[in-house]
Design a protein around this ligand. Structure first.
Ligand code: ADP
Ligand code: MG
Length: 249
């Protein structure tokens, strides 16, 4: 289980999160929603190590990882995507996915240049792994296409696929459906459900209320840097506090 406990952080004296706790089990989809500026991305960044909170702890299966750097957390089983996809636009899908294997297969430049057996084994692992990801995410037909020329929905899928290269136990997605068409959102939703069925815990920071309600096992609602409500999607959607703060009803 991935846990954040009692997380607080201020930027220039202004609190962005105040005593927020959240848990994510393997195989669970947890939606995190809230108005703009409520602290969703900050919580995400505290979990992934991009921001060190002022107080509070992050742990995997009870093991404190609060001081681990972002790249160490990837090795420990936390995969992530970015709110704005980060790709070399000239790289094709195959190359973009191959990059995802780098943390697991990094070898010294010397070993690669000398074509030592260890470097060749790593290359074969990457080739097999990329092939598996292309198939799993239905991207085989796009393998040779530059990422920069793909529709946004496909780019988001490539991003999720790349994050899966390190076989994370937990996958954190920051607004993966932003800018997608209805069809693209449904495709993405299907992939997210499949990840949870494969026992991956998915933390879904998402703006689209209906999408989150439809996908999540549990939802955490943030408002002004605190946890307003946490619970089952149906209960959260019906909660009068959520309706007034989040939906402005
Ligand atoms: P959300 O993702 O829910 O829209 P954020 O977590 O991005 O919200 O932001 C929460 C609050 O923290 C906002 O008031 C935002 O302006 C502030 N904030 C976030 N990151 C920084 C930063 N790096 N420096 C200063 N203020 C920040
Ligand atoms: Mg955000």
């Amino acid at each position: 289980m991935l846990t954040a406990e009692d997380i607080s952080i201020s930027f220039g004296g202004v609190p962005a999160l105040q005593g927020v706790s959240v848990t994510l089990e393997r195989g669970q989809i947890r939606g995190v929603i809230g108005p703009n500026g409520s602290g969703k991305s900050t919580l995400f960044n505290c979990l992934t190590g991009f921001i060190r909170p002022d107080t509070g702890t992050v742990a995997i299966d009870g093991r404190d990882i609060s001081t681990a750097a972002p790249h160490e957390r990837i090795t420990l089983g936390i995969g992530r995507t970015f709110q704005t996809p980060r790709f070399d636009p000239k790289a094709d899908v195959w190359q973009a996915l191959a990059c995802g294997f780098y943390p697991a297969t990094a070898r010294s430049i010397t070993a690669s240049a000398l074509r030592l057996p260890s470097a060749r084994r790593a290359e074969r692992r990457v080739e097999t792994g990329v092939g598996e990801l292309l198939e799993r995410f239905n991207l085989t037909a796009q393998a040779d296409q530059p990422v920069g020329e793909l529709p946004l929905g496909t780019v988001r899928l490539v991003e999720v696929a790349r994050a899966m290269a390190t076989s994370p136990g937990f996958l954190l997605l920051d607004e993966p459906a932003a800018g997608l068409t209805e069809d693209e959102q449904q495709l993405l939703a299907g992939q997210i459900t499949a990840l949870a069925q494969a026992d991956i815990g998915v933390l879904l920071v998402e703006h689209n209320f209906d999408l989150v309600v439809g996908l999540s096992d549990e939802i955490t609602v943030l408002a002004n840097g605190t946890c307003l409500v946490e619970g089952l999607p149906g209960d959260v959607a019906a909660d009068s506090r959520v309706r007034s703060v989040y939906l402005g009803l």
